[in-house]
Design a protein around this ligand. Structure first.
Ligand SMILES: [Zn+2]
Length: 271
């Protein structure tokens, strides 16, 4: 039995969410990164769900795995994976988005995870996608790193300071200059005050950090929260305002826009 079969068999018998670390220990699959890679593939094939929940092993709140179709025997699941993989290989253009479990994005954390994964797939990168959730990061090139939930505190004109965490922060640091792209995400609970707060943040961040480019990405839910137009007006302090409806999250429009902004700001050369 190979590692993928081991994981599937375990998830069929145990229907409670389980994290990568626990799977790695229980099934003796090392390094742990292997579990991570296999589970990501299973997620892309819509066979398992990966979301932040309490792990049934270590009881910690982590990205955990759970089988979606527990009634299917392993052989059928295998066929499904192979078919999906073929489809993925057939779409050889880098700008084609492969649907990966995006229809059930429930909150901003899951949206951030989804976007981190998409950026990893569509930006030039060196190395793997590391960590999970709030700890996710990857290297773009020697000097440039993309990190989830990264602190970027800022000063106020009256000597005050405020703590801030960018939802996604891309940092270029060659020891002579440091440049940032700070990406803020808004999804559910997108009311006026939320956008006003983000605008206050970016206004002061841009004063504090000379080389900082602010991006607001608003994913709109139908009949909920502010209109895209009104949100954009409040967010005038951001250098870039990108938006889409949640139903369009699999379209490539917003992603092309975001990738374009990042490439241009850092002058990244595609391999
Ligand atoms: Zn665990």
């Amino acid at each position: 039995m190979n590692n993928k079969e081991k994981i599937l068999q375990y998830l069929q018998k145990n229907l409670q969410p389980i994290c990568d670390d626990c799977l790695s220990n229980i099934l003796d699959i090392h390094p742990r990164n292997q579990v991570n890679q296999i589970c990501r593939t299973l997620q892309k094939s819509n066979i398992i769900n990966r979301s932040r929940s309490t792990c049934s092993g270590c009881k910690r709140k982590k990205i955990s795995n759970k089988l979606l179709q527990n009634h299917q025997p392993i052989e059928e699941l295998d066929n499904k994976i192979n078919k999906k993989n073929m489809q993925i290989h057939n779409t050889n253009s880098k700008s084609t988005i492969v649907t990966s479990n995006s229809n059930n994005i429930e909150n901003e954390d899951e949206l951030r995870d989804f976007i981190m994964q998409k950026l990893f797939e569509h930006l030039p990168t060196s190395g793997n996608l590391m960590g999970d959730g709030k700890d996710m990061w990857f290297q773009i090139d020697k000097f440039t790193k993309c990190r989830a939930e990264e602190p970027l505190n800022y000063g106020l004109p009256n000597n005050g300071t405020l703590n801030h965490r960018s939802d996604i922060l891309i940092t270029y640091n060659d020891e002579h200059i440091i440049k940032y792209i700070s990406i803020e995400l808004k999804y559910k609970s997108a009311v006026t005050d939320q956008f006003k707060c983000r605008s206050y943040d970016i206004f002061h961040m841009k004063k504090h950090y000379k080389e900082l480019y602010g991006v607001m990405f608003f994913v709109k839910v139908k009949n909920q929260g502010l209109s895209i137009n009104q949100a954009k007006k409040i967010c005038y302090q951001f250098d870039e305002f990108i938006s889409c409806n949640i139903e369009e999250i699999n379209n490539k429009g917003w992603l092309e826009q975001l990738v374009d902004v990042i490439n241009k700001y850092f002058d990244i050369k595609h391999k």
